[in-house]
Design a protein around this ligand. Structure first.
Ligand SMILES: *Cc1c(COP(=O)(O)O)cnc(C)c1O
Length: 375
């Protein structure tokens, strides 16, 4: 047992981020105090920026811009820096995070055309293309969520970006909860801007978000008129690239932890992480089905990273009671959000192993038996 696990109780987080982190990532937070304008820290930052790009195979074409914020900050940076006067974003919304993109646009008075789908339903690609075709002169970019974490649906990256490419539109994706969990290739998938954060499938600590932008596109945004000072994508990009520093004070220790988390990602490999998550999902889904649970989204569309489970119909069922019972035993589950049918959610991402899922299922089963609730 490492010193960390002796002194800190390990908890299993089945909420969709921040996730359970490894001992080594926790340990990496304990470093000597350092001024982030020192060269040594700059080298660390630069290595993180480069490796975050490598994870999605964009070394030749893309650059990483780090922000000091939760994931939403990087979404805001993209929207407020990339909008064009007299043009609109086409925003796909089939969950709370798609809706959030629209809300950010509204707040900043950025024009957007919406493709609204029922939350939990797959994107209607025909409707998407016809919107794009009808409004092709006014749309500058397509913005969508890859893994819609509200419902656990995976939106079809290739299909959406292929159609966008056909109309020569920029592709901006919120890949917050799929980056480093599902293999992605920014070149093959034709992604101009990909957004994620330090505390989801990369398995680091919360506090940093990032945009992986195509270099050629980034160079072209210089003369746009960004609405934000702090989240100015172009200025942060140039500053980080040229000065090898953050423009503003970074969470120093979080960056060290992210460095460690990236090392662990490369050790596990892209395929290894994807396979481990897939196995965890499989164990979870099999166990839940055996207990009689049903899912909000058709299995074909499951992200295999997070599952929205329909609330049991038994009137004795109460999410908060179930949550507290499991929380006391070291497992954190997550409520559902905004769907017509009530759900709760379980993510199977983070530094978890099969045994965690098996123990979780055991406690869940015991809970339903103990309180005589029908699952
Ligand atoms: C987690 C998440 C976000 C960002 O949430 P923050 O709380 O700002 O980190 C955005 N989009 C998706 C799809 C997410 O899963």
């Amino acid at each position: 047992m490492s010193e960390i696990s002796k002194s800190i109780k390990r908890t299993v987080l089945l909420n969709p981020g921040p996730l359970t982190t490894s001992d080594a990532v926790k340990q990496a937070l304990l470093v000597s105090d350092i001024c982030p304008r020192e060269k040594e820290f700059g080298i660390l930052m630069d290595s993180v920026r480069q490796d975050l790009v490598k994870i999605v195979h964009g070394e030749k074409t893309h650059e990483c811009v780090l922000f000091v914020s939760s994931g939403t900050g990087a979404v805001e940076a993209c929207l407020t820096s990339l909008y064009e006067k007299n043009k609109s974003f086409l925003v796909i919304n089939n969950g709370a995070y798609g809706k959030r993109i629209q809300n950010i646009c509204d707040r900043f008075e950025i024009s957007h055309i919406d493709l609204n789908c029922e939350w939990g339903e797959p994107v209607d690609l025909i409707q998407y293309e016809s919107l794009l075709e009808q409004n092709t002169d006014s749309i500058s970019a397509v913005v969508f969520v890859h893994h819609e974490t509200t419902v656990g649906i995976l939106n079809p990256l290739n299909e959406i970006s292929d159609i966008a490419q056909k109309y020569k539109k920029t592709v901006i994706i919120d890949a917050m909860s799929s980056y480093a969990g599902i293999p992605m290739d920014v070149q093959k998938n034709k992604i101009h801007y990909l957004i994620s954060s330090s505390n989801k499938c990369i398995q680091g600590m919360p506090g940093l978000s990032f945009v992986i932008g195509e270099r050629a596109s980034l160079e072209k945004i210089k003369n746009l008129n960004p609405k934000s000072y702090y989240f100015n994508l172009y200025e942060n990009y140039i500053f980080q690239k040229e000065q090898k520093q953050f423009q503003f004070t970074p969470p120093v220790q979080v960056l060290y932890a992210l460095r460690k988390a990236i090392d662990e990602y490369f050790e596990e490999t892209e395929e290894g992480r994807f396979n481990r998550y897939s196995e965890l999902y499989k164990s979870l889904i099999i166990g839940l089905k055996k207990m009689g649970f049903h899912f909000l989204v058709g299995e074909k569309h499951h992200s295999k990273l997070l599952t929205a489970i329909l609330n049991p119909k038994d009137p004795k069922y109460n999410f908060n009671d179930m949550h507290d019972y499991l929380y006391e035993r070291g497992f954190t589950i997550y409520p559902g959000k905004g769907t017509k049918e009530g759900t709760f959610r379980l993510a199977n991402i983070g530094a978890l192993c099969r045994k965690d899922i098996e123990e979780f299922l055991q406690h869940l089963k015991e809970y339903f038996i103990k309180f005589k609730i029908n699952s």
